[in-house]
Design a protein around this ligand. Structure first.
Ligand SMILES: [Zn+2]
Length: 74
């Protein structure tokens, strides 16, 4: 792999690790549901592997968007 390819793979890996190891285990909420004050949400945008987003450019795919919510701490 050249420098560009390594950088691209690194960027993809970081995003995927955070999603796979953490965010995807949180409860999922509808993307158009109103947000509740005081809660922490993760909005996940899943790009296709070939998307220009991973080259630090504007997204040119049709990403899958989902939202997850952190549990409340009481
Ligand atoms: Zn994209």
């Amino acid at each position: 792999m050249n420098r560009h390819q390594r950088r691209r793979a690194g960027k993809m890996g970081q995003h995927n690790d955070f999603y796979n190891q953490y965010v995807r285990h949180l409860p999922r909420v509808a993307i158009d549901a109103p947000l509740e004050r005081g809660r922490v949400y993760h909005t996940v945008v899943q790009h296709d592997d070939w998307c220009a987003f991973y080259d630090d450019k504007v997204c040119n795919c049709n990403p899958i968007i989902s939202r997850h919510v952190e549990p409340t701490r009481e």
